[in-house]
Design a protein around this ligand. Structure first.
Ligand SMILES: *Cc1c(COP(=O)(O)O)cnc(C)c1O
Length: 423
């Protein structure tokens, strides 16, 4: 059997409609912004490998650091034990995170980073002797696939089958110039009349919800209301972290800093699964007690894995280099220029940009939706032209690794224009 035949026989792929699953693309190697498959095709990775890659694939610096770490040791439990990569990474992250962040808690991925944040917020209030069971989140949010993550996320096809078991969450609309006044009043009433533990949000950009974007100044107002009413704020920066929005973290655009921040995806430069939940000192302090019942009983077998932390440290080396930020600024400027060029195209319903993320919402007869049939047509067109894109229904986006060349950006913009012309 070939790899692809065995793939069909033995493997169940994520988010995949099994009845219409086509032949998967078998990647043999990847370098910089390119993938190479087993048939000799080359693809530009326009979406940073499902939003995780920052500096390109198979980066020599990260590769070298990983090899060095593997030769020392690969794993230790993280309760009662510690190691240099995890400690150094915590120190390095805290240098870049907002100043109100003081502690780093490790887990394995974005969903667990969120799960940890939700549990921290709930137990914070329990430890204080107050029961606050309610969460507030945005409509259209995506916070991962665990039960906590699904609960605070938008109720949709992703979690319909589990809806009865999801806990209670109040979903409020994304803020904009028109609704912000009403939204402030609504939030104020909510936090006064209910026992709200926390408000969780994807700052500035909702990723899986279709790259919906909103302004920091409105989020600031909502965070302020939470601060005044003893509601913990949680920024899910799993997608927006590490330069994606043009600053190190999307929270850097905010005046009012979140109490808890979730990180994953770009954290290791796209090399290893790793999650981080950072928090303010006051959250941590609620778990410091003579009473053993106030312990945060949460951990994973791979918590603080040294290889994952080493990849993250090597990626941080690159994040701290000037040329990475030159790359980011160059993508932002080129996106801006391209956006202004296509923004009134008749095939486009809306085109938007935050930092290195450019999203195009197509006009379709169906409404904008993850299952919109435009998705397959878009993916197929770009794949045929050597560009790997994964649309969210009728919304497609480019979110490239920061090392992408001018030439490759221009090549993608040209293909997009051609696609729009025939849409
Ligand atoms: C991807 C994502 C998650 C889930 O991360 P996984 O590593 O896929 O579990 C959570 N929140 C946001 C904002 C994400 O984009």
């Amino acid at each position: 059997m070939s790899i692809l035949e065995k793939d069909k026989e033995f493997v169940w792929h994520p988010f995949t409609h099994l009845k219409s699953e086509g032949e998967n693309i078998c990647i043999e190697r990847a370098e910089g912004s390119y993938y190479y498959d087993d048939k000799g095709n080359k693809y530009i990775d326009a979406i940073s490998s499902w939003w995780v890659n920052l500096h390109g694939h198979s980066h020599p610096h990260i590769n070298l650091k990983l090899v060095q770490q593997i030769q020392k040791f690969e794993h230790t439990m993280f309760s009662g034990f510690t190691h240099q990569p995890a400690v150094e990474l915590a120190e390095r992250l805290l240098k870049h995170l907002p100043k109100n962040q003081n502690k780093i808690f490790y887990s394995d991925n974005g969903s667990t980073a969120v799960e940890v944040a939700l549990k921290m917020a709930l137990q914070f209030w329990e430890n204080k002797g107050e029961s606050k069971p309610l969460f507030i989140a945005f409509e259209n949010a995506y916070h991962g696939d665990t039960f906590g993550g699904m609960s605070v996320g938008e109720r949709n096809v992703f979690n319909n089958a589990f809806e009865k078991l999801l806990f209670e969450v109040v979903h409020i609309p994304l803020p904009n110039a028109e609704n912000i006044g009403r939204l402030e009043t609504e939030l104020q009433t909510l936090v006064k009349n209910h026992s709200v533990a926390a408000f969780i949000f994807e700052p500035l950009v909702q990723g899986a919800g279709g790259m919906q974007m909103y302004e920091a100044k409105y989020l600031d107002k909502l965070i302020q209301i939470c601060n005044k009413n003893k509601v913990i704020t949680i920024a899910d920066e799993v997608m927006t972290g590490f330069g994606r929005t043009g600053k190190f973290f999307a929270s850097d655009y905010l005046q009012n800093k979140p109490d808890i921040i979730c990180l994953s995806k770009g954290l290791t430069g796209g090399y290893m699964p790793l999650g981080v939940t950072s928090c303010s000192q006051f959250i941590y302090d609620a778990f410091v007690s003579d009473d053993k019942k106030k312990t945060f009983f949460h951990g994973h077998s791979y918590t603080g894995n040294p290889i994952a932390c080493t990849a993250a440290l090597a990626s941080m080396d690159l994040m701290e280099e000037k040329r990475t930020w030159i790359g980011i600024d160059r993508i932002i400027k080129k996106h801006e220029f391209f956006l202004s060029k296509i923004k009134s195209h008749k095939a486009i319903k809306n085109v938007r940009q935050t930092g290195t993320i450019l999203a195009i919402e197509l006009n379709t007869t169906e409404h904008s939706h993850y299952l919109n049939n435009a998705s397959e047509k878009i993916a197929e067109y770009f794949l045929k032209h050597g560009i790997l894109i994964r649309p969210l229904g009728n919304v497609f986006y480019i979110l490239p690794p920061y090392c992408i060349s001018f030439g490759d950006l221009d090549f993608m913009y040209t293909r997009i224009e051609e696609f729009l012309a025939m849409s």
